[in-house]
Design a protein around this ligand. Structure first.
Ligand SMILES: [Ca+2]
Ligand SMILES: [Ca+2]
Ligand SMILES: [Ca+2]
Length: 471
C-alpha cells in the first residue's frame, strides 16, 4: 500500500489557511484511500461513483459505487468481500436542494457452508449454489423514499440476493463470466442489481501524479502514462433504475429542459457507532449507524479537503456543504501547475470550477434553485451518444462528465484541464487544453451490457497464462 502521498502533504500545508474551499484538485485516484481514517477501513472505502444513462437501455439510468481499493486478484484464501457490518448506500437528490429524496441500502451477509475447512472452495464452482463453494455472500436491498411530510417510507426490494464468487482461476472458477452473469438480478420494483468483485474501472497514473504532480510525457495528451490501478479489482454495487423511479414527479421527463430531468447522485458507507460482541449483547446490533465515507464527484475529498478535515468531510452531508465552500474558490492545484510547468492559469475566484463541480452547468445539468453541494449531477434526458468522447463535455460530448460520469470518462484529464482554466475565456489554449496523465483508457474493455464494469482480474492469471496439465 502507498504511504500518504507527498503531493497531498504539500497541498495540505499550502492550503491549511484556506480551509473552507471545496474545489477539486487532482492528485491521484478519484477517492482511493483519500482520508486518514477510511484508508484503514477498505471495506467501507468508496473509491468511485458513476451515474449515466444506460447505453443499451436509454429509458434507465445506471448507478454504480465501488468500494475496497487495490484488491489483488490472488488475495486468498480469505478473499475480498463486502463488509457484513457495513451499511452501503446510494443517494439521489431529485429536486436540487442537496437533500436525499431516494436512498438505496445494501446489507451483506457472509454464509460459510462448512466451517471445518479453511478453503474458499473445495472444488470447481459451477453455479451460484454449487456445494463446492464454501464462503458465500448474499445481500438485501431496501429503497427509502423521503416523503414531503418529513417521514420516510422503506421498501425491501430484494432479499438474499447472490453475489458471484471472486475470480480465482481456471480450476476453481471456470466459465467465470457465465457464472457471474447469474448474479445480475431483478428487484421487485423492476430495477436491476449486481454486487460483486469487478475490475477497477478507474484508470490513472497514480505513481507519477503522487510524485509531485509529475506528468511523464508533457503535456499529457501524448500517452506514456502508467495505469496504477491496472490489474486490481474492487467490489462493485450497480443499480439500473427505470427513469420514472428516479425523478421527483415519478414521470419520464419530457426532455432535457424538463425541471425533473436533473438528478444528483452520491454514495456513502456507514458503520455501527457502537460495536458490542453479539454473544454478550445481541441488542448491540441495533445501535445507530454512523457515516464513515462519502463520495460523489471524483477527486474532491481526495485532494482538496485539507487533511485535518478529510474525515469530517466523509462524515458530512451535502446539505451542509456550505461549511466547506465559504466563498473561497482559490484552489492550490492551478498554482502548482503554474509553478511546476509555467502554465498561465485564471486568477481566483474560480466560479468556473464551482459550476462544474458544485452546481452543475446551466442549461445542461444545473437544477433550478440549486443548493451548491458536492455530488454527481446527471441530466437523464441527454441520450447516449454513439461516439462517446473520453473528455466528456470538454470534448463536446454532453452525455459525459461532468454530466454524470461514465466508466470511460477520463476524469483525470478533464479535471487537470478544468483546473488549468479551459472553461474560462482566454485559457482554452495549449498546453492548458492538452494536459493529462497519459493514461486514456481502462486496462480492460467494458461490458456492453449491465453491469458494464469489466470481469475481475483472475487470481491465477496474475502469475501467468494457464497451461493445462499434460496427460
Ligand atoms: Ca432533495
Ligand atoms: Ca482497471
Ligand atoms: Ca487520463
Amino acid at each position: 500500500m502507498r504511504t500518504f502521498p507527498a503531493l497531498l502533504t504539500t497541498l495540505v500545508a499550502a492550503t491549511a489557511v484556506a480551509t473552507s474551499m471545496l474545489v477539486p484538485v487532482i492528485a491521484g485516484a478519484s477517492s482511493h484511500r483519500e482520508a486518514p481514517l477510511i484508508s484503514q477501513d477498505p471495506a467501507a472505502d468508496n473509491t468511485d461513483v458513476y451515474a449515466f444513462v444506460s447505453p443499451d437501455r436509454p429509458d434507465t439510468v445506471t448507478l454504480i459505487t465501488n468500494v475496497y481499493p487495490f484488491e489483488a486478484a490472488y488475495g486468498g484464501p480469505n478473499y475480498f468481500r463486502f463488509g457484513d457490518d457495513v451499511l452501503y448506500e446510494i443517494h439521489v437528490d431529485n429536486n436540487g436542494d442537496a437533500r436525499p429524496d431516494i436512498t438505496w441500502q445494501f446489507r451483506f451477509h457472509t454464509q460459510v457452508q462448512n466451517g471445518n475447512t479453511f478453503l474458499y472452495n473445495t472444488g470447481p464452482i459451477s453455479s451460484l449454489t454449487d456445494p463446492n463453494w464454501n464462503v458465500r455472500q448474499v445481500y438485501d436491498v431496501a429503497r427509502i423514499d423521503y416523503l414531503s411530510d418529513g417521514k420516510t417510507k422503506t421498501t425491501v426490494i430484494g432479499g438474499a440476493l447472490p453475489t458471484p464468487p471472486v475470480n480465482i482461476g481456471p480450476k476453481s472458477t471456470p466459465n467465470y463470466d457465465y457464472l457471474a452473469g447469474f448474479a445480475v438480478q431483478t428487484l421487485t420494483d423492476g430495477s436491476k442489481v449486481f454486487a460483486g468483485q469487478r475490475d477497477d474501472p478507474f484508470f490513472v497514473d497514480l505513481s507519477s501524479l503522487f510524485d509531485l504532480l509529475t506528468i511523464r510525457k508533457l503535456p499529457g495528451n501524448m500517452g506514456g502514462g502508467v495505469d496504477g490501478l491496472a490489474g486490481y479489482n474492487v467490489q462493485t454495487i450497480a443499480l439500473q433504475v427505470p427513469i420514472p423511479l428516479l425523478t421527483h414527479n415519478g414521470a419520464m421527463p419530457s426532455g432535457p429542459s424538463d425541471p425533473n430531468a436533473v438528478i444528483g447522485v452520491w454514495a456513502t458507507t456507514s458503520r455501527l457507532a457502537m460495536r458490542v460482541l453479539p454473544d454478550e449483547n445481541p441488542a448491540g446490533q441495533d445501535s445507530a449507524f454512523r457515516q464513515v465515507s462519502r463520495l460523489g464527484q471524483p477527486l474532491v475529498n481526495e485532494a482538496v479537503v485539507p487533511l485535518a478535515f478529510k474525515d469530517h468531510f466523509n462524515a458530512s452531508q451535502p446539505k451542509d456543504d456550505a461549511q466547506f465552500l465559504g466563498g473561497v474558490t482559490d484552489p492550490e492545484l492551478p498554482k502548482l501547475l503554474h509553478a511546476l510547468y509555467g502554465l498561465n492559469v485564471p486568477p481566483a475566484p474560480r466560479q468556473d470550477l464551482v459550476t462544474v463541480f458544485l452546481t452543475g452547468v446551466p442549461g445542461l445539468n444545473q437544477p433550478a434553485n440549486v443548493v451548491p453541494s458536492e455530488m454527481l449531477r446527471l441530466n437523464v434526458m441527454i441520450p447516449p451518444t454513439a461516439k462517446p468522447n473520453r473528455l466528456g463535455v470538454l470534448g463536446g460530448d454532453t452525455q459525459g462528465f461532468p454530466n454524470g460520469r461514465r466508466l470511460a470518462d477520463d476524469v483525470t484529464d478533464i479535471a487537470l484541464q478544468a483546473m488549468a482554466g479551459v472553461l474560462v475565456e482566454g485559457y482554452n489554449v495549449a498546453p492548458n487544453n492538452q494536459l493529462g496523465d497519459g493514461v486514456d483508457a481502462n486496462d480492460q474493455p467494458f461490458m456492453p451490457v449491465f453491469p458494464y464494469v469489466s470481469t475481475p482480474h483472475q487470481g491465477f492469471a496474475v502469475g501467468g497464462t494457464y497451461q493445462p496439465p499434460q496427460p
